[in-house]
Design a protein around this ligand. Structure first.
Ligand code: SF4
Ligand code: SF4
Length: 231
């Protein structure tokens, strides 16, 4: 996605009519029944972290719970991958590393995406390829519906969702701009051929360098299949 399109998308989210979104929240009347599915591989293969989440987790839990987010954005001609942020590690069965015995072990510092799930506000294609705003994830597949949601709660949800979605896109925008600068400075180029080759080698057991965008710069990480990256 180009920087200009991301800027447009941020504007779309910010100008999405509050009343319309509040109406959806109230009509759906979602209530979490604490089934825990969203913390497992049944619902999510990773938990993406905004920079503030990453900082909070480093401070209160430690670096050891982090990994480069999967689905790397690109690979340079020297075979190094780049990705726009960190994710929480997963357990061998694919569940979130913080998920223990049906509860979140670090609930107080859980990432922003966990706080807003299943609410969302971003555009993605449906099964027919029509791109539209999506507002609720996994509708009717989890939780309880048609509960009364207070004005205070729905306003809080609205604010958190808009903050999260625009924050995600701002991080993406920063990543794209930094890639452009970094590649120019270091005479690098994006290579899909190298991307495919390195992924094949990775699956055969080779470790790889991944540059993770964090707080405006790249952190170099080395990963191998042993550290549990599902890419
Ligand atoms: S951080 Fe906590 S709430 Fe979020 S997915 Fe992991 S266990 Fe669930
Ligand atoms: S948000 Fe949904 S999937 Fe997650 S614990 Fe609540 S009901 Fe279950």
């Amino acid at each position: 996605m180009k920087a200009i399109n991301i800027e447009k998308e941020i504007k779309c989210i910010e100008s999405f009519p509050d009343e319309h979104y509040l109406k959806i929240i109230r009509e759906v009347g979602f209530e979490c029944d604490c089934c825990g599915k969203c913390c497992t591989s049944e619902f999510n293969d990773h938990v993406f972290l905004l920079d503030d989440d990453t900082e909070r987790i480093i401070e209160h839990a430690g670096w050891e719970f982090l990994r480069p987010a999967p689905y790397f954005d690109l690979c340079d001609n020297l075979g190094r991958f780049y990705v726009m942020g960190y994710a929480l590690k997963t357990k061998p069965n694919g569940d979130c590393i913080f998920y223990t015995g049906g509860r979140c072990e670090h609930y107080e510092i859980r990432p922003s995406i966990c706080k807003i799930f299943p609410y969302m506000l971003h555009r993605e294609p449906d099964e027919d390829g029509n791109i539209e705003f999506r507002q609720i994830g996994g509708l009717n597949l989890h939780g309880l519906y048609h509960n009364e949601i207070s004005d205070e709660s729905s306003n809080e949800i609205l604010k958190s969702v808009k903050n999260y979605e625009s924050g995600f896109l701002r991080q993406k925008l920063g990543f794209i701009n930094e890639i452009e600068r970094y590649f120019k400075e270091n005479d690098l180029r994006n290579s899909q051929q190298m991307y495919d080759r390195m992924i094949r080698l990775y699956h055969k057991g080779k470790s790889m360098e991944v540059y993770v965008f964090f707080r405006g710069r790249f952190e170099k990480e080395e990963i191998s299949k042993q550290i549990n990256n599902p890419e």
